[in-house]
Design a protein around this ligand. Structure first.
Ligand SMILES: [Zn+2]
Length: 608
């Protein structure tokens, strides 16, 4: 599932134009009863598959393996369809008893199905190199070749079956630390007066005030947040210490040489490429600082406090759902009619759920279900300009999923996170450019330009600060130092000061800013993928502007190629060479252009 959960900047508004824009899930399943029957049938099919195929991966020849993988591809798509039906209902109707029962069944079944089908990967990895190489050469395996090759990269680090089982058996104990971390955050509520009297506030709701116009409210919300974090920082640090310690111990047993290797492998990026990118980003931290100084002037302040970082500049206006749809349609269609067609078809078939309502999850995501079902998009449309950008972002995922599922096997359609966020960020940049060009109100243009620049800073600079913080944490833990709250606070402040320097004043309470970031617990070094995707999307946007006729068909081919090649090979036809440091310079030129545009618009508005 492609997902980007963003905290919504506004409380739920009274007049919402997207009311009634709800999913029609009938392309997935007619009802819960049929979904239950399908889960039973899938379990039976998977058992039968396992009985027939277990032990044959190395002995059935290229044609036999092809037939096995085709059958598995069908099976996993059916699992994806039924499973997403259960998830989609849970995400939009959490209060319904039938829905929660089905979601519980789906979780149990998913675990059963996974363990039944796991033998395919294990047997494939267990083949010796010569056998595997001979199979990979065969034409029959072309639709699966690249993914099969990538899977074998883990081979040197796989342990004996008994050792793997022992490692698996202590999984629940580690999950308990992860759950505790999440539960502490999810259940934390504090009394806060956001303007309509004191009310219990969750962390997400407190954080949403950083976009508020009222400075006192912004400052007060963050103060209350840090105060609340003080009570749970010891627990959060203990959870993080346990999880990082465990990961490093397992890495040592497996012989994994570098704490970033598992993430880089999943993203199919060389450690060297990632490090070169991160250094280039750090060299450009002054670009962010230049903007913060300019922003302080625009707000009439000597210097920004952390709570002012995302304070709105300029004006804002409401955007009706129908206008948002037209805007995203035009933006995609302008690039290539095929993308506009996919967008319209998804909407017409009821594959978009945009209405905010009780019992529905926050944030936004796109799920590209299978080769026979069009993607489903969930978001919470609150009539804000920012929501138009979210709609474009999610449809960047949807057109990627649709085109790549048309041409690739199911196994080969979905890329690692770093590349998966490229088409969504690119679609978002196209839509923003269009919104800026068409916006007549100068104050609203300023808001859009500032939001674009600050969004890039959040993805590129902030996420890199987080990745560097994690590197410090893994290094310290690897040297046998415990990750206490004070040690984490020191690392956190050090990395943040490298970015902000004296352009933004960090409050004392921000020492605990690491304590509410879930990524650190769930997937190590997850955050750099956002920086990567945003920079690559910037670079692609610049190339598109230079030569739209050449670029658009090559880009469609890139989308349709899915995960059938490495990111390096996928991006090369678009003129992006991941090994060339100039790639990052090119992306930063585009980033700089966005900051300059924002600075100029702010200056014009000040002068007017
Ligand atoms: Zn995304």
């Amino acid at each position: 599932m492609d997902s980007q959960i963003r905290s919504s900047p506004v409380a739920v508004s009274t007049s919402l134009s997207a009311s009634g824009i709800r999913w029609d899930l009938s392309d997935l399943e007619p009802d819960a009863d049929q979904a239950r029957r399908d889960f039973d049938e899938l379990l039976a099919r998977s058992r039968d598959f396992a009985e027939r195929r277990r032990g044959t991966i190395g002995s059935s020849g290229a044609q036999g393996l092809r037939e096995l993988l085709d059958e598995l591809d069908e099976l996993t798509q059916d699992v994806s369809r039924v499973h997403f039906y259960a998830t989609a209902r849970e995400h939009t109707d959490a209060m319904d008893a039938e829905t929660t029962d089905l979601a519980t069944l789906a979780r149990d079944r998913a675990a059963d199905l996974e363990s039944l089908l796991l033998f395919v990967e294990l047997e494939w990895i267990a083949l010796d190199d010569a056998e595997a190489e001979a199979l990979l050469e065969a034409d029959e395996l072309e639709p699966y070749r690249h993914r099969l090759r990538v899977a074998r990269e883990e081979k040197p680090y796989v342990l004996s079956e008994g050792e793997e089982q022992a490692l698996n058996a202590r999984r629940p104990a580690i999950s308990a630390w992860e759950s505790l971390h999440g539960r502490e955050l999810a259940t934390l509520t504090v009394e806060f007066d956001g303007g309509s009297g004191p009310e219990p506030h969750t962390i997400d709701r407190l954080l949403s005030y950083i976009h508020h116009r009222d400075r006192d409210l912004r400052l007060a919300a963050l103060d209350v947040l840090y105060e609340a974090l003080d009570g749970l920082a010891d627990v959060q640090a203990s959870c993080y210490d346990a999880v990082v310690g465990d990961r490093l111990s397992v890495d040592r047993l497996r012989g994994i040489p570098d704490a970033m290797w598992p993430t880089n492998q999943r993203n199919e990026l060389d450690g060297e490429v990632v490090e070169t990118m991160i250094r280039a980003i750090e060299e450009h931290y002054p670009l962010g600082r230049r903007w913060f100084v300019r922003k302080a002037e625009a707000l009439g302040l000597d210097r920004l406090l952390l709570a002012d970082q995302y304070a709105p500049l300029g004006g804002d206006r409401r955007v009706e759902w129908s206008e948002a749809v037209a805007m995203v349609d035009d933006s995609l269609r302008d690039f290539h009619p095929r993308l506009g067609d996919i967008f319209r078809t998804c909407l017409d078939r009821g594959h978009v759920d945009a209405e905010p309502r009780p019992g529905k999850v926050g944030g936004a995501y796109c799920n590209s279900v299978s080769k026979t079902v069009l993607p489903y998009v969930l978001m919470n449309y609150t009539d804000q300009l920012r929501d138009v950008i979210t709609l474009a972002h999610e449809f960047g995922h949807a057109v990627h999923g649709t085109l790549s599922l048309e041409r690739q096997s199911y196994r080969s359609y979905h890329t690692g996170l770093a590349l998966a966020e490229v088409p969504s960020t690119f679609a978002q940049l196209l839509a923003v450019e269009r919104l800026i060009d068409l916006e007549e109100d100068p104050a609203t243009r300023v808001m859009l330009l500032a939001d674009r620049a600050e969004g890039a800073m959040a993805s590129i600079f902030r996420q890199t600060v987080m990745a560097r913080f994690e590197m410090q944490a893994y290094a310290a833990r690897g040297e046998g130092k415990g990750l206490t709250r004070d040690r984490l606070a020191e690392m956190w402040i050090e990395e943040n000061e490298r970015y902000y320097a004296d352009s933004i004043e960090l409050p004392e309470g921000y020492r605990l800013g690491w304590a509410y970031i879930p990524h650190f617990i769930h997937v190590r070094f997850y955050t750099y993928a956002y920086a990567f995707a945003h920079l690559i999307a910037f670079s692609l946007a610049a190339r598109y502007r230079e030569d739209p006729e050449q670029f658009a068909p090559a880009y469609l081919d890139f989308l349709a190629s899915g995960a059938s090649k490495s990111p390096r090979d996928l991006l090369a036809p678009l003129g992006v060479d991941l090994r060339d440091p100039q790639t990052w310079a090119h992306a930063f030129a585009e980033f700089d252009r966005c900051v300059v545009a924002a600075e100029e618009a702010v200056a014009e508005l000040d002068a007017a």
